[in-house]
Design a protein around this ligand. Structure first.
Ligand code: FE2
Length: 270
């Protein structure tokens, strides 16, 4: 069984970074997350990080993320979000296949899965888009490894519902339509996104669209007059079972232990 983690919206600000928008201790959250990743049984074969790796796109924060990923013996596929800055990222990841500049679009094969990362960030904007060159690159990447199932990592979820009460600045309508056309006919296991800081699964043209809360904050969904940002962190454990992917959303912080039932006893229940 192939297992991977979906992490997103790390929003890391290095301790020395002057970041007035620092809301929570995202360095501690990242460390906790990576510690969990190494202790899971079975261990993940790879990790997909779908953007907003840093909060303000500064070099020091990317260096911190790069050092943490380099120390991990689990490969990480990553792309950027609206909080990222391409210049900062490229400076910290000079040997990455997406180097030396431009959108962080790339693909890799891990554990029999073809991962395609698309950089939907648009410098200076909150909403996302994929330009013509990126869509052409995506088409080329999709044509590679035709025998392997694919995962698409893209920070901004496709715009599947323009009438949502909270107007998320997601992938723009044109990019959404073109991405849908590109993906048609390919064996895409899931699209992995972030940006809205929620755990959410939708079926989009037959493809599971998995959005994971991420490591910074979440949103109070009882409020539709404003986006009320509240504490909350989580990640997703994704297992590729013979019948299809299983996505388990896990909180980063667990609550009080209520009781323990030994595994032998659990087995006896069935
Ligand atoms: Fe974010």
């Amino acid at each position: 069984m192939t297992r991977f983690l979906h992490i997103t919206d790390l929003h890391v600000s290095a301790p020395e970074t002057d970041d007035p928008g620092r809301q929570t201790d995202t360095v501690a959250s990242l460390d906790r997350l990576l510690d969990i990743a190494t202790r899971l049984d079975p261990r993940p074969d790879f990790i997909v990080a779908s953007g907003d790796l840093t909060n303000i796109g500064d070099r020091a924060s990317y260096d911190l993320v790069a050092a943490r990923f380099a120390a991990l013996d689990i490969p990480v596929a990553m792309t950027l979000g609206n909080h990222d800055r391409r210049d900062g990222w490229h400076a910290a990841f000079p040997d990455h296949p997406a180097a030396p500049d431009g959108p962080v679009d790339h693909d890799m094969v891990q554990a029999g899965v073809h991962i395609i990362a698309l950089d939907s960030s648009v410098p200076g904007k909150v909403a996302g888009a994929l330009d013509a060159a990126q869509l052409e690159r995506a088409q080329d990447m999709l044509a590679r490894h035709p025998d392997l199932p694919k995962l698409i990592a893209v920070h901004h979820p496709p715009r599947i519902d323009p009438d949502e009460p909270l107007p998320w600045a997601t992938l723009d309508a044109d990019s959404t339509e073109k991405l849908a056309a590109l993906l048609k006919g390919h064996n895409v296991l899931a699209i992995l996104s972030g940006h809205i800081h929620l755990n959410r699964v939708a079926l989009w043209n037959g493809i599971p669209l998995v959005v994971t809360m991420g490591q910074q904050s979440t949103v109070d969904l009882t409020r539709t007059d404003a986006m009320a940002v509240v504490e909350g962190t989580g990640f997703a454990i994704c297992d590729l079972l013979p019948g299809g992917p299983r996505i388990t959303f896990a909180p980063l912080e667990t609550g009080r232990l209520i009781k323990e039932i030994p595994v032998e006893r659990l087995r006896a229940f069935s």
